[in-house]
Ligand binder design. Structure first.
Ligand code: NAD
Ligand code: UFG
Length: 337
């Protein structure tokens, strides 16, 4: 199959690219490298021992998209490209709507012009907002609480309308829970450009000595130990879910939203302990105030992914922490090493 990956040089895109190549698919990465490094692609090529096409372009640029679609003639698109920092989206909402929403509209237009009718989209559990019940199933009300989350919600609606207007089209909206971990080779992984916002990259930079200590945002939540509980999912499980979703999109029409998580939660302190075991060293921490906008618990209902994609997570939090540590300790400064 010929698959075009927007944002294919990024954290989740690079892991998915590797699995696509290992399964004998042809790939084109369309990325503007605003939050990624060409080095990630060089390493994927080495690991897969296979070549693929690269287009340095912006999804908002219709001419670049047209050129890529004309040359490569993809059968399906996996759409990762976009901005993803919740805090930054509060400060720069127009930038987020421009890149994420307008970028997706440009992409869907190019797909239609070139007869490419299948898309898998990177959505997020953040579309659910405050939980009415747990675990979140795909019918849970959608009430995102920040501009980033609203871009995902609006894009989901736009893709639904696009699919309705084009009988040949099919779309899978994957609502990721908390992706963490790295490829077991330690060659590719998450490489945040600034101080990480997310828990596991932060812990791992403390463990490797780049940051002094972890701030635990609140220990007075209604959870087992008072710290926030999340559904962490290994990036290689997530990559496998994309392959299953692309195949599913070939045998169906219409639009499906599907949660991608494990259905099991871990608290902040449980993740710290798992990481300390994986890295065999202490992770200094202090308890601080809650972070604005955080919920106590987030957990995925996983039945729909199993039923439609025949996908379920294989890895647990020990695997996630061990692979993160292998990547971080082999590449203390990420791809700039
Ligand atoms: P990432 O930043 O590592 O990857 C995104 C890639 O898109 C980068 O390579 C970046 O250079 C590229 N890009 C950004 N804007 C672009 C544009 N206008 N044109 C072309 N390329 C562009 O992020 P990631 O963690 O791999 O996330 C991938 C997708 O999954 C994003 O859409 C994100 O919102 C979504 N998501 C991520 C998480 C998470 O925790 N990582 C959770 C839920 C959803
Ligand atoms: N946390 C800390 N200290 C930190 C960072 C995080 O204690 O330095 C805690 C948070 O309070 C939360 C947990 O660790 O309880 C997880 O926080 P993350 O920032 O790693 O993840 P979130 O669940 O807050 O958000 C993530 C992505 C969002 C996405 C959301 C739902 O960052 O982009 O999952 O998919 F929208």
């Amino acid at each position: 199959m010929r698959v075009l990956l927007t944002g294919g040089a990024g954290y989740i895109g690079s892991h998915t690219l590797l699995q696509l190549l290992q399964k004998e698919n042809e790939a084109l990465v369309f990325d503007n490298f605003s939050n990624s490094s060409p080095e990630a692609l060089r390493r994927v090529k080495q690991l897969a021992n296979r070549d693929f096409a690269i287009c340095d372009g912006d999804i908002r640029d219709a001419d670049s998209l047209d050129e890529a679609f004309r040359d490569f003639r993809p059968e399906a698109v996996i759409h990762f490209a976009g901005l993803k920092a919740v805090g930054e989206s509060n400060e720069k909402p127009l930038e987020y709507y421009g890149q994420n929403v307008s970028g997706t509209i440009a992409l869907l237009g190019a797909m239609q012009r070139h007869g490419c009718a299948r898309i898998v989209f990177s959505s997020s559990a953040t579309v659910y907002g405050e939980s009415k019940y747990l675990p979140y199933d795909e019918d849970h009300p959608l009430q995102p609480t920040n501009p980033y989350g609203r871009t995902k919600y609006f894009i989901e609606e736009i893709i639904r309308d696009w699919v309705t207007s084009w009988p040949a089209a099919s779309a899978v909206l994957l609502r990721y829970f908390n992706p963490v971990g790295a490829h077991p080779s330690g060659r590719i992984g998450e490489d945040p450009q600034a101080i990480p916002n997310n828990l596991v990259p932060y812990i791992s930079q403390v463990a490797v000595g780049r940051l002094a200590q972890l701030s635990v945002y609140g220990d007075d939540y209604d959870t087992r130990d008072g710290t926030g509980e999340r559904d962490y999912v290994h990036v290689d499980d997530l990559a496998a879910a994309h392959l299953a979703a692309v195949q599913f999109s070939a045998r169906t029409r219409g639009c499906e939203a599907i949660n991608i998580g494990t259905g099991r939660g871990a608290t902040v302190l449980e993740m710290v302990r798992a990481f300390e075991k994986a890295a065999d060293r202490p992770v200094p921490l202090r308890i601080t105030a809650r972070r604005d906008g955080d919920v106590a618990r987030s957990l995925a209902a996983t039945a729909k992914a199993k039923q439609l994609l025949n996908w379920e997570a294989q890895y647990d939090i020990d695997d996630m922490c061990q692979s993160t540590w292998h990547w971080q300790s082999s590449n203390p400064n990420g791809y700039t090493d």
